[in-house]
Design a protein around this ligand. Structure first.
Ligand SMILES: Cc1ncc(COP(=O)(O)O)c(C=O)c1O
Length: 416
């Protein structure tokens, strides 16, 4: 028996069956147990405890009849690297188990996942409606690029469900939101969002990158597709890019087929890093949640801070819905410095010693940035006003460092 057969590989990307071969049953519901074991073969090639890194761009057949059998019998095996690789399948099964989803498709980045889903689901004259607080590249893809293919994008204010309903028409095919939103941390009433979709026969997508499957369960609220930038908490170590879409197997099938054409797959080494990062997913999330809450409370009580946006604070406009629907509130905090112009705000960002100045979030290292400079520098003041990005806004992604150290560091920076 060959090593590939021993690893019990899942079916090929071009085929229809992506049923997890190592179902989560038997591992229960516990996150850490699923993170460590779900999706993996019990006995792996070489009797290794870890999954091997298959450095293969293509996969061989013993003879012509084997190729014909593979095609005619829809056999479960690899064919060509653009359709996926064995390591990727393991991570897909693990992510599906963590999300409580039937299936997961892994991509080379969160944006690749977003583009892959929307390109599959939307055609000319279709319309997509999304809540306007979102990662700026998601908005850019819809407004600048999907529009070139005749897809109409309608933006409505985040969490304005009446406005969303009013914008729905017979061309509407997809309702999109993040939850919590980046960087405003607004939390969507997922059941209401899903219900609107069902009522009008429109599919729903939630980008739950900031929440992760540990803190939020959009699928059980009735959402059709859940997206994650796995670059963030899922990978967790600021050392890889990846993305994932989760949902029902039959709905994801055409999405997977287009991914095989786009080629937005992960290289085998990248997949290994993600798989390794996922082993400690629950432990990291517990620490991110703890640090986020403590640091947010510290900032809220600091005299130099005007306002803090963190769903775990009672002052947050969506605290109630967050409390009802989230297990924890993550490590991302957005705050505003009192009476500060952009330079005074930048001085605080420059004065911290532990968080590093960088885009991204969700890794073990704390990161800090001023959205005005990091992501919206090229925008006009009017555009920044429209997107809700004032000069005195700071976004802090709490890593897994000691919360007392982070607080002491922020304290000294706020004295600067
Ligand atoms: C909420 C959200 N979704 C999607 C993305 C895109 O993910 P990636 O950078 O992995 O393409 C990001 C990136 O910052 C994000 O914050």
């Amino acid at each position: 028996m060959s090593h590939v057969e021993m690893s019990n590989p899942p079916k090929n990307a071009g085929t229809s069956d992506h049923t997890p071969r190592e179902p989560a049953e038997g591992f229960g519901e516990d996150f850490s147990t699923l993170s460590v074991h779900a999706g993996e073969a019990r006995q792996k090639p070489g009797d290794s405890i870890t999954d091997p890194i298959f450095c293969a761009s293509t996969y061989t057949f013993t003879d012509t009849q084997a190729v014909i059998n593979y095609i005619e019998q829809n056999q479960a095996r690899e064919e060509y690297g653009r359709y996926g690789n064995p390591g990727e399948r393991v991570v897909e099964r693990k992510l599906a188990a963590l999300e409580g989803a039937e299936d997961a498709i892994l991509y080379s980045s969160g944006m690749a996942a977003f583009v892959g889903l929307l390109m599959t689901k939307l055609s000319a004259c279709d319309e997509v409606i999304f809540f306007d607080e979102c990662y700026h590249r998601s908005r850019e893809f819809c407004t600048k690029h999907l529009s070139r293919f005749g897809v109409v994008t309608r933006q409505v204010r985040a969490c304005d469900y009446e406005a969303m309903e009013a914008a729905i028409n017979p061309h509407t095919k997809l309702l999109v939101s993040e939850s919590p939103t980046n960087p405003h941390m607004s939390c969507v009433d997922l059941e209401r969002f899903a219900q609107i979709g069902k009522e009008y026969g429109v599919e729903t997508l939630i980008d739950a990158t900031l929440a992760t499957p540990y803190n939020l369960r959009p699928i059980s609220a009735g959402i059709d597709y859940v997206l994650h930038s796995a670059t963030k908490y899922l990978g967790g170590h600021n050392d890889l890019l990846a993305g994932a879409i989760m949902g029902k197997k039959d709905k994801l099938e055409p999405v997977r087929k287009l991914r095989g054409i786009m080629g937005a797959v992960n290289g085998p080494q990248n997949v290994y890093l993600l798989s390794r990062g996922l082993k400690t997913f629950e432990l990291r999330m517990q620490r991110h949640n703890e640090n986020g809450q403590r640091v947010a409370e510290f900032l809220e009580n600091h005299p130099r801070i005007e306002r803090v946006l963190y769903p775990g604070l009672a002052s947050h406009p969506y605290h109630e819905i967050a409390q009802e629907t989230m297990r924890g509130f993550g490590g991302l905090i957005t705050f505003f410095v009192k009476d500060a112009d952009w330079r005074e705000t930048a001085n605080i960002v420059d004065a911290v010693k532990i968080p590093r100045i960088a885009p991204s979030l969700g890794g073990v290292e704390s990161l800090i940035e001023q959205p005005l400079v990091m992501s919206y520098y090229q925008c006009t003041p009017e555009e920044r006003r429209e997107y809700g990005i004032p000069d005195n806004m700071i976004r802090l992604s709490c890593g897994i460092e000691n919360s007392e150290d982070l607080i002491a560091d922020l304290e000294q920076a706020l004295r600067s």
